[in-house]
Design a protein around this ligand. Structure first.
Ligand code: KG4
Ligand code: ZN
Length: 334
């Protein structure tokens, strides 16, 4: 079964053709990074307008790269939530037009479910149940993936998402957008013990996260060093900060995996590209006799292939939509 998949939840216009949920025949991503860089972050209206301009060409390229015509496609899957509403509406409307014109089924896909499904492309042998750490620009969740379309949130962030925490700290350190990636690079040779960072915990919620205090600690460190006329070492502060964020992510995930009895851990979302997170997750899984799965780097950030992977399982579960399908800025993964 071939699925044409469309993703436009944030600042990447993306489309792919995916076969049987496991194999990406094409994966085209038009990034708007250069334009948003000028503003230091994603400007929603600009994102929507660029999606409108790019989407036809991106979908055409995805079909061509896969060697397919629309007549070869069995269903069209699209991210309908959560994300920037104006951005989501572009993809949803485009997918609806294709479905209406060609008569193929329309499959709405939850963005975070698709981030998890990116792992089915990289690890075709992976099957639920497993525990997943989903860390993106807007969300940080520990999720039980009970089946391909059945999810239970175990822990969540009380304030900033992990990616947001990375982006805000990067900005405070003067690093350009996209912050998380540039922070990861800048910190590569830094000393993670150079600056003392707090280790925030949420009372009575052993799997929940709180990152806003960490961001404040980074800002305070920068200000107090500068007030004394000193200079911040960006590699050292970056490494100390990343170590603190990753320390919280791993600690709670390890606790959840042990308490709930999971032997498979799956990383998902843009932050799963982080080199320290991947390394520390690997070390933790080794210590606990668990298997670690992470998407290959090209499937960590937003892309169409992951939408096609999850779309396949949503289709099999009968989760299709009619022409009344709408987009939603927020929606639980459950
Ligand atoms: O999943 P994603 O591409 O978009 C959302 O659904 O939000 O995640 C984007 C987030 C951004 O906050 C970005 O800074 C972060 O992922 N990110 C990283 C790295 N690459 C992307 N954070 C840390 N290290 C990275 N290498
Ligand atoms: Zn995403």
């Amino acid at each position: 079964m071939k699925i044409l998949a469309i993703e436009s939840s944030c600042d990447e216009t993306a489309a792919a053709v995916v076969e049987n949920g496991k194999s990406a025949l094409s994966n085209v991503v038009a990034s708007q990074v250069e334009e948003h860089k000028i503003y230091g972050g994603v400007v929603p209206e600009i994102a929507s307008r660029r999606h409108v301009e790019a989407i036809s060409g991106v979908v055409k390229s995805a079909l061509e790269d896969a060697g397919c015509a629309l007549g070869d496609i069995d269903a069209v899957a699209v991210t309908h939530a959560p994300g920037l509403i104006g951005a989501l509406l572009v993809g949803v409307n485009y997918a609806k037009s294709i479905s209406m014109a060609s008569g193929i089924p329309l499959v709405p896909v939850h963005h975070l479910r698709s981030h998890i499904a990116a792992n089915y492309l990289t690890h075709p042998e992976l099957e639920p149940p497993f525990l997943s750490l989903v860390v993106s620009g807007g969300h940080s969740h520990i999720v039980e993936v009970l089946d391909y379309t059945k999810f239970r949130i175990v822990g969540r962030t009380r304030d900033d998402a992990a990616g947001e925490a990375m982006d805000k700290a990067a900005r405070a350190m003067g690093l350009p957008y996209p912050g998380g990636l540039n922070l990861d690079r800048a910190a590569a040779d830094g000393d993670p013990c150079a600056y003392k960072m707090p280790h925030p915990r949420v009372d009575g919620a052993p799997y929940d996260f709180s990152f806003s205090g960490l961001k404040t600690a980074a800002l305070n460190t920068i200000n107090s060093v500068r007030q004394k006329g000193g200079e911040i070492s960006i590699p050292d502060l970056g490494a100390s900060y990343i170590a603190a964020v990753v320390g919280c992510l791993i600690e709670n995930t390890e606790r959840a995996a042990v308490n709930l009895g999971y032997k498979k851990l799956v990383l998902a979302g843009g932050v799963s590209a982080n080199s320290v997170l991947r390394r520390e997750a690997e070390a933790m899984c080794k210590r606990r006799g668990m298997s670690l799965y992470a998407p290959e780097l090209r499937y960590c950030g937003d892309n169409g292939a992951m939408v096609g992977a999850q779309g396949y399982y949503e289709f099999l579960a009968g989760n299709t939509a009619d022409m009344s399908l709408n987009a939603y800025a927020t929606m639980s993964i459950e």
